[in-house]
Design a protein around this ligand. Structure first.
Ligand code: NAD
Ligand code: LMR
Length: 338
């Protein structure tokens, strides 16, 4: 096996006269952390996405195997693998969208903030690469704690003079996916028909589902509201505990990440009315970052959708969310400014 590989599928095994494959229309997408628990199913699902023409898989371990495996899928995207820091430049150059699930996951008893010490440095390094090699790419940041890693990424980009707040999105889609599922269970309807806006951030009480704005319009008893809010806020912990030390959500996260990436790519391709929730640079509250519904377009976030009317329970939740969020954002900013 080549140790320093950067090959396109199993190109070294092809006959010399093998006709080269055109990449066709579509977007170039890089996944950083592609060999991990999220990265592998995410890579597989992105290889199946017709909007993707080129898929770059980057990790610091095991990329060769994942790339070889996924490259055998008979879908359109050309897959290339990149291993280790010295190949980050080639992994990133020319990319339209960079998805980052790199970093360590939680074990039972840990908060997402307990991951800060390791993941902050990983996100910093990867974002320095993005600033240098594909500063115009849309970035979907999955690595936890999202409430701090997004401010870290923003500071890295700001420092390098490349910061475009429209292009940096913290992925909170899994909270929406969970909320849709749990609300559909309570309403006894198909989850595909449900849309729950989830605002704030991505940890504990900062995850704030707006049950008063559920589509289709629905009402909930106080007991249902409290059950649903708590279950949605603890969805990640529920999986961490069930996996009992073997990591956190990976499969539902890969599903959510692809749903979100696809929305970004549809926006990039000019589709109108693409709206999803994400943790972004925002003036919707006094905090510098906040998750709300956003409209996605050719430049990334084209519009931040206002919060809309909140009921008393949600207003109280918002105050709690903002308090914790402010500290997490500050911690991320300080990590780069220190
Ligand atoms: P994992 O340990 O299975 O995989 C992480 C991968 O990142 C590994 O393959 C590792 O080699 C790679 N990696 C580490 N350092 C790297 C670097 N410098 N460059 C590139 N790759 C690097 O973890 P996982 O279960 O896939 O979770 C990844 C992250 O996603 C965790 O921080 C987790 O908390 C987070 N997460 C976020 C959400 C969300 O909703 N935003 C949901 C689930 C998990
Ligand atoms: C999740 O919500 O599943 C992720 O943020 C992972 C975690 O640590 O809970």
């Amino acid at each position: 096996h080549p140790t320093n590989f950067q090959m396109e599928e199993s190109s070294s095994l092809r006959p010399a006269n093998c006709r080269s494959k055109g990449t066709g229309p579509g977007f170039k997408v890089a996944i950083l952390g592609a060999a991990g628990g999220i990265g592998q199913p995410l890579s597989m699902l992105m290889k199946m996405n017709p909007l993707v023409s080129v898929l770059h898989l980057y990790d610091v371990v095991n990329t060769l195997g994942v790339m070889a495996d996924i490259s055998h899928m008979d879908t359109g995207a050309v897959v290339r693998g990149f291993l280790g820091q010295q190949q980050l430049e080639n992994a990133l150059t020319g990319m339209d969208l960079v998805i980052i699930p790199a970093g360590v996951p939680r074990k039972p008893g840990m908060t997402r903030d307990d991951l800060f010490n390791i993941n902050a440095g990983i996100v910093k390094t990867l974002c320095e690469g993005i600033a240098k090699h594909c500063p115009k790419a849309i970035v979907n940041l999955i690595s936890n704690p999202v409430n701090s890693t997004v401010p870290i990424a923003a500071e890295v980009f700001r420092k390098s003079g490349t910061y475009d707040p429209r292009r940096l999105l913290g992925v909170t889609m899994l909270d929406v996916v969970r909320a849709n599922t749990f609300v559909a269970e309570v309403l006894n309807i198909d989850p595909r028909e449900v849309n729950v806006p989830v605002i704030g951030g991505h940890a504990g009480v900062t995850i704030l589902p707006l049950l008063s704005q559920v589509k289709p319009p629905s009402t909930f008893t106080q007991e249902e509201t409290e059950y649903l809010t708590t279950r949605i806020q603890n969805g990640g912990t529920e999986v961490v505990e069930a996996k009992a030390g073997a990591g956190s959500a990976t499969l539902s996260m890969a599903y959510a990440a692809v749903k979100f990436a696809e929305a970004c790519l549809r926006g990039l391709s000019g589709d109108a009315g693409v709206i999803e929730c994400a943790f972004v640079d925002s003036q919707v509250t006094e905090l510098p970052f906040f998750a709300t519904k956003v409209r996605l377009g050719r430049n990334g976030v084209e519009e931040i959708i206002p919060l809309g009317p909140l009921n008393e329970y949600e207003r109280a939740g918002l105050e709690k969310a903002k308090e914790e969020l402010a500290a997490s954002i500050q911690k991320g900013v300080a990590f780069i400014r220190k």
